[in-house]
Design a protein around this ligand. Sequence first.
Ligand code: A3P
Ligand code: MG
Length: 502
Amino acid sequence: MDVAASRDRMDCVRFLDAASSQQTNQNPKKVANLKKEAIKEAEKGIQLCEKVKKKHQSKMDKMQHRADNTGSVSEASMASAFSKGGTMSGINEQFSKLIAADKSGSLTARVKGTLQKNRPQNQSVPSRGQNPDSSLSLSTRRELYERDFPVYKQPVEVGCFSLDSERRFFNDGRQMRYYVEPDRSPNFDLRDGYKDRFIKRDDSVKEKLDHMLRWILANRSKLSARGTTASSCDLDIDFVTWRGHLTKLLTAPYETREGWQLAVTRFRGTLYISEVETEAARRDQENRTERHEEMMYWGYKFEQYTCADTVHGQPDPGGVLNTNEAFCTVVQTRLADHRLLFSGEVDCRDKDPNAPAAPACYIELKTSAEICTPKQRSNFHRFKLLKWWAQSFLPGVPRVVAGFRDEEGVVVAMETFPISKISHLIKNEHNCWKPTVCMNFCSDFLSFVKHIATEDNPSVVYLLSWEPRRDVTFSVHRDSPYCFLPHWFVEEMTSSQPSHQS
Ligand code: A3P
Ligand code: MG
């Protein structure tokens, strides 16, 4: 039922729900016994899990102890870096605490590290040009990340860019849209225009990080380290990536269906992360049903009903919908000791001239199947809100406006979800997702990347691969089709000083 709900297959949810009620009515004793057994099994599982956690911690302690004794820069000491995460100190930086409003992680014992290793432990950190030990892996088990919420600095918008109807890049906000609040029950028909007024972006064109890289070249002076060293023209940033890639990292400890592959290249001290389409994702895309294709349009159609192109304008649902067009924010922030620069598409902004500065004035629009039963509500909390929270929390977008639709694609209700309230909403769900687990996993993943991706070379790719219920593993590729930093970027970054744009 959970899986069906997470895929918006309400027909299946209803069928299973009815079957379950029927069984409860017909065989109440049998159902009660099965429930008892299931609870016993779950309790056993919890005990086992506690044991695994203790074992893991003791292993990490031992690694730490060995590192302390040898005094060398070993993987063991790197492992301790994985436990550095963040503390609840640094009140000024506690955007994390404000917007995530999550305390669930602070109750559990701090887990020392999350690095897994199958080989002898006192191995040196790989040096330049030497491949790192590929037996290193990183666990995604939730319980390993239940510790204090890491420092997450308030994201600051350092710029924006737009992509026009032909996917051309502009270093400005020309594609910004303004939210126009609809009725509480607006009856928007999301199917309208699918057949005759829809231009769909060609998703077989893999744009990788190209738009972000264009933005970086145009805004280099804003990002360069100040100082007089030879490397002063390098970016003052550890990681460059898309927000969507980070969302996948945040949700990985709870993801049970879709794996991912992330290509990483270290270039002039900065780590660039770009997604690689997995075989499974390619197959899914090829085998999409017509109904699924149409439902993907519904989310964009909802945006067209609720957004105007100008601050005093009105939405134009009769116009052509072109999914090439996009407005993207570029934000800078820090997660634990990782300085991040990432970009994400923004649906629209509050049109009130007194609204706070970006990204606090931005609004994320979402559609979802209407909620008719407690089970559906619970599934919405467990699956949808996790994705919504992760996507908006990262760039500091404070609210999601949701349109709930019936099976015919008609929006029957509206609701606003402040991001800071989402962790309260899910509080009563048993064994639900926790913001602290998401953020700690992401932080440890980035530490892992820093540790393995040591060679600074635009033609070397470290490919990090993950499948649900497995550890994150990696492989190293030189001059391969995985290379994703384009020549125009590498050359411009290598040959010239940043042009001083305002
Ligand atoms: P919904 O999220 O309301 O379904 P976003 O909400 O991230 O701005 O994306 C806008 C819309 O793009 C989505 O609206 C959905 O229609 C479509 N979309 C985005 N990512 C998708 C994905 N991975 N699979 C299917 N549809 C997607
Ligand atoms: Mg949206």
